[in-house]
Design a protein around this ligand. Structure first.
Ligand code: GTP
Ligand code: MG
Length: 447
């Protein structure tokens, strides 16, 4: 990537708006701005003025100068806050490219911030995640990552690793001397410690990944068990047709439910049964597909089922249950005796007629989705982070399983080096151009 040129882009979304912000970054930013404004700009001050195209005025607004290195990108950055019309913004951009700036690619400002060590990769990712957040919890979690909470957890692990590597690698230079048993115990302790810290990080990254996308739950059950009624009750509107005719629902019907600021997509499906009706059959096929991708499959059973076993569940979904399953006992108002749950899956009873259990159902959902931990402290994470944390854990486990002695010390040192590389790739300290390209290309232009 070329850091010596000056990039420019609109920082506000395309279309009409009250304000349009155009941002310049790079060595020519100040001279371009001073030429166009015919003013001298002071760092950290905003200056009211015009944008001149030769002697005609293109726009008026505020010029703000962030002097390197005290700017988002670490370079000289200029923001022109003018009027938010697409034609004005285009004209402003053109006046700047005429003076030598180049239109920025997606995420190029953030990429420069990363390359100039203003932010690490987890923070750069958090910027994009914040912009794309679909729930308040995701916003809070993205801010945690943006503030560097995730990065510091990784740095702490790397510091522990460096300290252990230094102690271990010291022995490599003295292959004829046995390692003192006290040191061996110390190494073992440190490896165990790293192992458990990594597991904790993986757990919190998993929650973070979940926040970064909409959690999907699917309602399945035999026809007439009350799936559509439950969806409607949760959505508080009659989204799905409800009748007492088995086989009413055919299409997948979705509703994004907001529980405690967390977005959960609930999908109602066709009742599962064998059928000769090709339309219903297609509906059932879609239901089965929805089961495959859901984070939690809620199996609905009505008052006709007084005992639920693993087989009842397996018969319903057509395979032995491996995904996350929850059991919803519906039509509680019609129930005469309590249900015997012979499975290991949690069960909740509801009635959409009396609204029994509906409020509790939402809390239960969060719990079953493992989303009840303190969301205020959760970081936002990506699959990439989990994969690297798991790779790191794999190397640590390998090192831990070694019998620590002078003959194996090389192997252990190597595992620790690989652990460190995996962790460094999370923050971007050790990374490839391809990875950077794929991360920043998903950003919007101007960010
Ligand atoms: N008494 C009682 N009846 C209910 C309850 N929930 C649903 N029903 C009734 O059960 C029947 C079937 O409800 P639906 O919600 O359409 O069931 P479904 O599982 O979506 O059915 P299909 O789409 O055909 O698979 C309707 O007559 C509902 O009024 C409940 O909590 N209590
Ligand atoms: Mg239905």
């Amino acid at each position: 990537m070329n850091l010596s040129d000056t990039i420019v882009a609109s920082a506000t979304a395309p279309g009409r708006g009250a304000v349009g912000i155009v941002r310049l970054s790079g060595p020519k930013s100040l001279s371009i701005a001073e030429t166009l404004s015919k003013k001298s700009l002071k760092p950290r001050f905003s200056t009211y003025g015009y944008i001149f195209d030769d002697d005609t005025i293109l726009d008026s607004g505020l010029w703000v100068f962030f002097q390197a290195p005290h700017s988002f990108t670490g370079e000289n950055v200029i923001e022109f806050q003018g009027h938010g019309g697409p034609v004005v913004v285009q004209a402003v951009l053109r006046s700047m490219t005429k003076l030598g700036a180049r239109i920025a690619g997606p995420g190029e400002f953030s990429q420069r911030a990363f390359l100039n060590n203003k932010i690490d990769l987890t923070q750069a990712e958090a910027i994009n995640d914040l912009i794309n957040a679909t729930s308040l919890s995701a916003v809070k979690a993205a801010n945690q990552s943006l503030r560097g909470v995730f990065a510091s957890a990784i740095h702490e692990l790397i510091q522990d690793l460096i300290s252990l590597r230094t102690q271990i690698e010291a022995h490599i230079d003295f292959p004829d001397e046995d390692i003192n048993p006290v040191s061996i115990d110390l190494f073992k302790n440190q490896l165990t410690n790293l192992d458990s810290k990594l597991r904790t990080s993986i757990q919190s990254a998993r929650e973070g990944v979940r926040l970064n996308r909409t959690t999907e739950i699917v309602l399945v059950g035999a026809p007439n068990t009350g799936k559509s009624s439950l969806l409607n009750a949760l959505a508080k509107e009659p989204l799905a047709i409800v009748t007492d005719i088995p086989g009413t629902t055919r299409d997948l019907i979705r509703h994004d439910l907001l529980i405690d600021g967390l977005e959960i997509r609930v999908t109602d499906t066709a009742g599962l049964r064998t059928t000769a009706d090709p339309i219903e059959e297609e509906g059932i096929k879609r239901a089965i597909n929805a089961i495959e991708t859901a984070d939690l499959v809620l199996c609905l059973f009505d008052e006709r089922y007084d005992e639920i076993t693993e087989k009842t569940v397996a018969d319903l979904i057509g395979k032995s249950p491996t995904t996350n399953i929850g059991i919803v006992k519906t039509k509680q108002d019609l129930q005469t005796s309590s249900t015997i749950n012979q499975t290991e899956f949690p069960l909740i009873e509801v009635s959409t007629v009396t609204e029994f259990g509906l409020e509790q159902f939402k809390k239960w959902l969060l719990q079953e989705l493992n989303l009840t931990s303190n969301l205020e402290t959760t970081i936002l994470a990506r699959d990439r982070h989990i994969a690297l944390l798991e790779a790191a854990l794999g190397y640590i486990t390998q090192a831990k399983n070694q019998d620590i002695q002078i003959e194996t010390i090389d192997l252990i040192a190597d595992d620790l080096r690989l652990t460190q590389n995996a962790l460094s790739e999370i923050t971007g300290a050790f990374t490839s151009d391809d990875l950077l390209g794929s991360i920043f290309s998903t950003f919007c232009i101007g960010k």
